[in-house]
Write a protein that binds this ligand. Sequence first.
Ligand SMILES: Nc1ncnc2c1ncn2[C@@H]1O[C@H](COP(=O)(O)OP(=O)(O)OP(=O)(O)O)[C@@H](O)[C@H]1O
Ligand SMILES: [Mg+2]
Length: 262
Amino acid sequence: MNAPVSSLPVLTLENACLTLQGNAGPVDILHGISLEIEQGQSVGLVGPSGSGKSSLLMLLGGLEQATSGSVVALGQDLTAMNEDALARFRRNKMGVVFQSFHLIPTMTALENVATPLELAGHADAFKRAEEELRAVGLGARMHHYPAQMSGGEQQRVALARAAAPRPAILLADEPTGNLDGVNGQAIMDLLFGLRDRHGATLVLVTHAPELAVLCDRIVHLRDGRIEGETNPAETRDAEPRVSAPRVSAPRDSAPRDSGAVA
Ligand SMILES: Nc1ncnc2c1ncn2[C@@H]1O[C@H](COP(=O)(O)OP(=O)(O)OP(=O)(O)O)[C@@H](O)[C@H]1O
Ligand SMILES: [Mg+2]
């Protein structure tokens, strides 16, 4: 138990495969994925559309069961757990942000964020939820229903909901996909704040170079396989575009500490 925090494997996939039933028969989506992610690491998952990024995130979250191979999270074999155990595990240990948000349409933003906190037994669920929503710039939208919010606003509610219980593992699918520079920056601050302040492990699917480059590792997927891995630190420290050809250099985006919201 005295191992350094940074060397504990939090997520381990071994030869994980995923086959789903399509209309025309079975479709092989992921082929023999092996990956180990340590506590407190942030991993960017990148690759072309259809390469299997969301599918891999679903495997990591136990939302899809691997057809073969193993998926172990925090020492628990997700492939051996039933739905109830998986739901409990996710509630206590994981935050998941889906590509299509999955907010509960009959609940306001505040209720969407507070509910998982209540389920996890937090007495101050609504107070915490308010703070989380303010942190993503939604102080004025707390009592709006999802249908009354823009795509980017819904996305920020989904992030606040996932981050509020301080999960050990946060899985997020395109977390900055619908956001402008300022709001994207707020989300990046929230995500990396979870890692820096609470030791969370982050797996972020992204097409955004400015997000990928902030991660500790970038894993490249293609056609359902891991094609390779790059070290964003090399991109940050060295000449732009030299060592990570699949991830273009970060844009000259808004400064990290720009507090003003236009
Ligand atoms: N339920 C399903 N049945 C059959 N095929 C599926 C199913 N869900 C996804 N696929 C296929 O699996 C492949 C990987 O899909 P996935 O959603 O993981 O890609 P992605 O990398 O996240 O793409 P994007 O960047 O567009 O979100 C795609 O070819 C997709 O058509
Ligand atoms: Mg996807």
